[in-house]
Design a protein around this ligand. Structure first.
Ligand code: 4AD
Length: 424
């Protein structure tokens, strides 16, 4: 065929009626009558209803074509209020490119089955809009940092020591010595910060999470930033600026997808900085718990649900958090750390001001029973021109859950990795 192919989405916005067009697409649905065959065609940009009449050259191919077959099709686009997308294609030519065997996802829509055939389900109209929003979130993050003059920079995935505690480390054999898959870029970011000052990344992080919750993955995409000279209060302000930027960006660029997903966006339209700040001890009061209690996923969701908006939970007991967090000079029991809790999801970011003093860091490693020799190079960073600095990490899939209204984190990433899923 010598036709010039256009995306279906473009045909749906053509000004003039009765346009002659050609698409490269897939068959989403098929239904037939004696004299007519109706196909719903889809590509990544949209769907259109196609009609093939018995007396057209396309009839033979239309009889043969099956659901999920790929094809090239030519015809006239007409506005038709009866068609599901408001437009109809009157087909004059149809060429099957890849005839599909009977598509397996027809009857069994159970979660277990759909996860097993994930390689086929990723093309579904249920997941595709989520992936489109996901893609726009990555775009929004990069846009935000570009505007702020930050550098995107990378750190290794194989590491020698833990940054976020030993219990979720993935051990791997690294040429005969043991190594771990990275939990966070943070320790490396703190080194890179000395030359670049304002940096960020979006990269996979790995956590051997045994708990099977609807918001934990074993491999997730981690957006992190680290900034020299930044103190704790500025960090929280920066985070809320990023989150409001992303929300606005998604509302602006993903209206169609959010509608397809049935996401009522009225709550998102109300998101505004500053977010509520609540100290850990206030949260305990609300939950009726005592000092040292570790909030569960459910507690977090309850707190945000009660307040009806994102909340920064801050000033946690030192031993509950990571070794690198700076102790609050006004209250030595707590650290200058904050988690952002998001409606329906709970913790979505975790950040802190870092210890910048060598002696303090040594004491902290001891307190956390970590071997100083495993953190030699990290200690060096406090010896050569240390500065106050802060940073945070954001679980991209948790943000996708919130913005798309997706119940389970597994549906926010194309091929989820969890304790019981390594395939496909
Ligand atoms: O709170 P976390 O463990 O913080 C860090 O890793 C810091 N080093 C980040 C930094 O300061 N640069 O993780 C940060 C975020 C969490 O708030 C959560 O959204 C996400 O990462 N996260 C997960 N997302 C999906 N599945 C998991 N198993 C996750 N574990 C953490």
């Amino acid at each position: 065929m010598s036709e010039k192919f256009i995306p279906i989405g473009r045909a749906l916005s053509l000004e003039s009626d009765e346009k002659h067009v050609s698409f490269r697409c897939w068959v989403h649905r098929k239904r037939g009558q004696k004299e007519l065959i109706f196909l719903i065609l889809r590509d990544s940009t949209g769907q259109i209803q196609a009609i093939i009449k018995k007396d057209s050259d396309a009839w033979k191919e239309a009889e043969k074509i099956t659901i999920e077959s790929s094809c090239e099709v030519t015809g006239k686009v007409k506005q038709d209020s009866r068609a599901p997308t408001g437009y109809e294609l009157q087909v004059s030519k149809l060429k099957i490119i890849g005839l599909s065997e009977a598509f397996p996802i027809q009857k069994d829509f159970s979660e277990e089955y759909l996860r097993k055939v994930r390689h086929l389900w990723v093309r579904s109209t249920k997941l595709v809009p989520i992936f489109k929003v996901r893609s726009k979130i990555f775009e929004a993050i990069r846009e935000f940092y570009t505007q702020k003059g930050y550098y995107e920079i990378q750190s290794p995935s194989f590491t020698k020591s833990a940054s976020e505690g030993g219990s979720t480390l993935f051990k791997v054999d690294y040429f005969g010595q043991s190594a771990y898959l990275t939990q966070s870029w943070q320790l490396y970011a703190e080194a890179l910060m000395f030359g670049l000052e304002k940096i960020y990344c979006i990269a996979p992080s790995f956590r051997a999470e045994k708990s099977r919750t609807r918001r934990h993955l074993a491999e997730y995409w981690h957006h992190e930033m680290e900034t020299a000279w930044m103190e704790f209060d500025e960090l929280l302000k920066f985070e809320e600026e990023l989150i409001t930027f992303i929300v606005e960006y998604i509302l602006q660029h993903c209206e169609k997808e959010l509608k397809e997903l049935g996401r009522d966006t009225s709550d998102l339209k109300k998101i505004k900085a500053p977010f509520i700040r609540m100290k850990y001890k206030e949260a305990l009061k609300r939950l009726g718990k005592s000092w040292g209690y570790d909030l569960t996923d459910e507690d977090e969701r309850k707190l945000v649900a009660d307040l009806g908006a994102p909340v920064f939970l801050t000033h946690f007991p030192r031993d509950m958090k990571a070794f690198y967090m700076k102790v609050d000079p006004h209250d030595k029991k707590v650290v200058l750390a904050g988690d952002l809790l998001i409606p329906g999801v709970g913790e979505t970011t975790g950040g802190s001001e870092r210890i910048s003093d060598e002696k303090e860091l040594k004491e902290s490693l001891k307190l956390f029973k970590l071997k100083t020799k495993d953190y030699d190079w990290y200690m060096d960073l406090r010896k050569y021109g240390s500065v106050p600095h802060s940073g945070f990490g954001l679980g991209v899939e948790r943000l996708v859950m919130w913005l798309t209204g997706t119940e389970h984190i597994m549906d926010t990433i194309p091929f989820p990795r969890t304790a019981d899923r390594l395939e496909p």
